[in-house]
Design a protein around this ligand. Structure first.
Ligand code: DOR
Length: 432
């Protein structure tokens, strides 16, 4: 644990949490919120004062879907560089995906990432793999990983193809009280397609994957969730059809959750016309109709969370021809700005989608997601919703540069991030 100031005041902002929006100053002592009042007038000498005038002061953001690449792909990202990017983006917690090398499919591997995260600029919660090596053949020792506190299991990067295996995983997960998160992709139907199958893939001469490759697995897993009662979370849903199925399932009383990624509400498959692999991602960028459906799902509660799918790749990897480059794009530093700029939602709705709802899905509500009340841990995100800024990939804290928003002007900039009472970002600058 790094040293942190004994006392911090976040002054002059508007609090936004699950209770509502209200003006207040927040006094933090030794990592805990000790006062939430309209004005903290007398602070002891040595108090660090964070100016929040004009800002929303929310609970720290929680990302359900971050690729930190460590162990094994440290040339693209490390826990340290990824967590710095997260803090700059307003996050105080990230769920680290297990498609590392080796995969996080054992207690030892999970422990390694937990140890690497112990001194990071945000809290790092590893997700465990559902199957050994994420190969879909044998269940991973989920109980051993759950005993270390792992609450989310996924083979992300791959969907679990075998239905019987997925049913078993759901039964096992239910018994353990953990959540399974599925990357929905029927591999045989996707057939190695490099982009969305449609008008643009035909024009560009690139092999596509149809929307149905995602939708078939959503359909199957909804059926299996009904059968087993498992807690299912759907990762990075990208098609109108997938979201319609989740909407229907929720209406019928099934308890499932879903996330969508910023690139699926801001970019379309037309971007691929540049043949620039910065626009290659999986699930792929879809059509304008799908983008509209993702926005509608965020507005009506079908989507519970915005998750980044922050997927760093080296410049060498992304300079390969489109059909040979790996899929994935950066997301941690731009997600909040994109949500505040591109969605017709209030600040409160955006924080719900990026903080307390994902915190609940990840089982982190005790630590993250607020509410901002006396006695709660001081994990906070202070954002100026009116400040505009231009995305400059070269200024990123990530070790990678595969940011598809180069030059885009966003409204909404993180001013401060407070992690367990420590101001890790102040005035938009990382403090360590
Ligand atoms: O675009 C993606 N990149 N989708 C995934 O499912 C995996 C991820 C990665 O690890 O690069």
């Amino acid at each position: 644990m790094r040293s942190r100031p004994a006392t911090v005041v976040v002054r002059g902002g508007r609090i936004v949490d699950s209770i509502g929006v209200r003006p207040a100053d927040v006094l933090i002592q030794d990592g805990t919120i000790t006062s939430v009042t309209t004005t903290v007038s007398s602070a002891p000498p040595g108090t660090v004062v964070l100016d929040a005038s004009g800002c929303l002061v929310g609970p720290g953001l929680v990302d359900l879907h971050t690729h930190l690449r460590e162990p094994g792909r440290e040339e693209a990202e490390t826990v340290e560089t990824g967590s710095r990017a997260a803090a700059l983006g307003g996050y105080t917690a990230v769920v680290a995906m297990p498609n590392t090398d080796p995969a996080l499919d054992s207690a030892a591997a999970v422990r390694q990432v937990q140890d690497l995260g112990a001194d990071a600029l945000c809290h790092v919660y590893p997700a465990g793999a559902i199957t050994v090596g994420r190969e879909g053949k044998m269940l991973a020792p989920m109980a051993e990983m759950a005993a270390l506190g792992v609450r989310i299991f996924t083979d992300d990067g791959n969907g679990v193809q075998d239905s019987r295996m997925m049913r078993r995983a759901m039964e096992y997960a239910s018994a353990l009280g953990v959540t399974l998160a599925q990357h929905c992709e029927d591999a045989s139907l996707a057939g190695g397609g490099h982009m969305h199958e449609g008008e643009w893939s035909s024009r560009l001469g690139l092999a596509g994957q149809p929307a149905e490759a995602e939708e078939l697995m959503v359909m199957r897993d909804l059926a299996l969730a009904r059968l087993t009662g498992a807690r299912m979370h759907f990762l990075h849903l990208s098609t109108a059809g997938s979201l319609a199925m989740v909407r229907g399932a929720k209406k019928s009383g099934l308890v499932v959750t879903a996330e969508v990624a910023p690139h699926h509400f801001t970019l379309t498959d037309e971007c691929v016309a540049s043949y620039d692999a910065v626009f290659k991602v999986n699930p792929p960028l879809r059509t304008a109709q799908d983008v509209a459906a993702v926005k509608a799902a965020l507005a009506d509660g079908t989507a519970d969370a915005i998750a980044t799918d922050h997927a760093p790749h080296t410049a060498e990897a992304k300079e390969a021809p489109f059909d040979q480059a790996p899929p994935g794009m950066l997301g941690l530093e731009t997600a909040l700005g994109l949500a505040l700029t591109e969605l017709d939602l209030t600040g409160e709705q955006v924080f719900a989608l990026m903080s307390w709802q994902p915190a609940a899905i990840a089982g982190l509500s005790g630590e993250h997601g607020g509410p901002i009340e006396v006695g709660r841990p001081a994990n906070l995100c202070v954002v100026d919703p009116d400040q505009t800024w231009t995305v400059d990939p070269s200024a990123s804290a990530s070790r990678s540069r595969n940011n598809p928003y180069r030059g885009r002007t966003l409204r909404g900039r993180v001013r401060h991030t407070v992690l367990a009472g420590e101001p890790v970002v102040v005035g938009g600058e990382a403090q360590r």
